[in-house]
Design a protein around this ligand. Structure first.
Ligand code: URA
Length: 435
């Protein structure tokens, strides 16, 4: 403490910003200080945005990345699941259109004897948030105390809830800042943001679903691979068994994008139906999670087929106040998008569909905006399907019909129909595994 009563700071924010601007490596002490001082409000928002932009432009090396993640973990609390009677495994997706996988995945993995602590977020922009989806179930509540979460994990085996404010608070501030300063899509910043939360959460093993394609943060395979490798290294070095799957996000997952629409589709999967791509990816991730937790004696496909996963889903929803039998909300208005010609659908762009669902009211532009439970896009034909001119390709759902025009604008050029007999080159759902 100085004579004037102020805590003297170890560094000056301007020196740290200038060092990164000039492509120097930040020292461990500089990183520890800047994250701590930003969390305390000593480093101002405009200073952190300048530093984030310098990192965006000049990158960080492996040592800096590891230290940055560690400093963000130390900015808050760490959860401890070691008292649970079963091993834990978690999944994180980098976000995509129609990505409802967490909903069927958590109960499937729990039914295999693995505890799934799934701390999730709300959607921002064109990718939906898991909590927004579940909140379309009447009565379901996202906020649980740490004690409630632990009790539900022990009793039901799966919990999907809002991450408390105590986990990596530095990331909470920094992510909000990056969102408004054009510094989100940067491998070191994304990797440390995601992994600081997952490591602080205390899961024993982790599976990362890194999306690649038009609807994802990472549009290119090389960039997605770099992100996956960076995150796997951070997890492994922190003692969390971590693997990543690079998965296709050129086209939406499944046949729905929108909150209640996606819950309905997830329930169909748990009933033994659902779109093949959703089932395939859910089971691929479930197998990785179960193996990571050391329970590869159980096949996730079996607990899905015999209804045990559905039982866990119902208990999981009820434990958080939801009624799994209540009818899901539906939008007041619908609008059909028709195929303009006969042929083969060769492209249905994930970003176009995601933006359409968002503009229909399924997503929010600002953190504080409400979302419509029933809004979104229902997909009637996926790439590879033969379509007839005049038949429905998509149904748009919203409570506010004045939203249709803007949604239709985003779909212009978002699908392509080639002459009959064309064979589109369709990438597999799981493109690569990184461990
Ligand atoms: N999700 C996160 O939690 N952080 C990022 O930086 C990007 C996606």
């Amino acid at each position: 403490m100085g004579e004037d009563g102020h805590v003297s700071e170890a560094f000056d924010a301007v020196d740290v910003i200038s060092a990164k601007r000039d492509r120097e490596e930040l020292s461990d002490a500089q990183i520890d200080w800047v994250i701590d001082a930003y969390t305390r409000g000593v480093v101002a928002e405009e200073q952190m945005s300048a530093l984030a932009m310098a990192i965006y432009l000049n990158g960080m090396g492996p040592r800096e990345i590891a230290r940055w993640a560690d400093a963000m973990i130390r900015s808050g609390e760490r959860l401890d699941f070691s008292g649970l009677s079963r091993p834990t495994s978690d999944k994180h997706s980098t976000g995509g259109v129609g990505d409802k996988i967490t909903l069927p995945l958590a109960p499937i993995v729990a039914a295999c004897g693995v505890a799934v602590p799934q701390l999730s977020g709300r959607g921002l922009g064109h990718t939906g948030g898991t909590l927004d989806k579940l909140e379309s179930i009447p009565g379901w509540r996202a906020s649980l105390s740490n004690e409630e979460m632990l009790a539900q994990l022990e009793d039901v085996g799966a919990v999907i809830c809002a991450a408390g404010t105590g986990l990596a608070p530095a990331d909470k501030k920094l992510y909000a800042l990056r969102d408004v300063t054009g510094t989100v899509s940067c491998v070191p910043l994304i990797a440390t943001s995601i992994m600081s939360k997952k490591i602080a959460e205390g899961t024993g093993s982790l599976v990362l679903d890194v999306k690649v394609g038009s609807g994802a943060f990472m549009k290119e395979l090389g960039q997605a691979r770099e992100l996956a490798e960076t995150m796997v290294r951070l997890g492994t070095d922190a003692g969390v068994k971590t693997v990543a799957l690079l998965t296709n996000m050129e086209t939406p997952l499944g046949l729905t994008a929108g909150n209640a629409l996606e819950v309905r589709e997830s329930v169909e999967v748990l009933e033994g139906g659902g779109p093949p791509d959703v089932v395939e990816l859910t089971l691929a991730l479930a197998r990785e999670m179960v193996a990571g937790a050391g329970r590869d004696d159980v096949d996730p496909a079996d607990v899905l087929a015999d209804g045990r996963a559905m039982d866990v889903w119902r208990r999981m929803i009820r434990a958080q106040g939801g009624d799994p039998d209540a009818p899901l909300p539906t939008a007041r208005e619908t609008h059909l998008v028709l195929a303009p010609a006969d042929g083969v659908l060769v492209q249905l762009d994930a970003l176009a569909v995601g933006v359409a669902a968002w503009r229909l009211g399924a997503g929010r532009a600002r953190k504080e905006d409400p979302v419509q439970a029933g809004a979104g896009v229902e997909i009637h034909a996926k790439p590879g399907a033969v379509v007839r001119g005049g038949e429905p390709l998509l149904t748009l759902h919203t409570d506010e019909p004045e939203r249709f025009d803007r949604a239709l604008e985003s779909l212009e050029g978002g699908f392509l129909i080639a002459p009959e007999g064309s064979r589109p080159d369709l990438p597999p759902i799981v493109i690569e595994r990184v461990s």
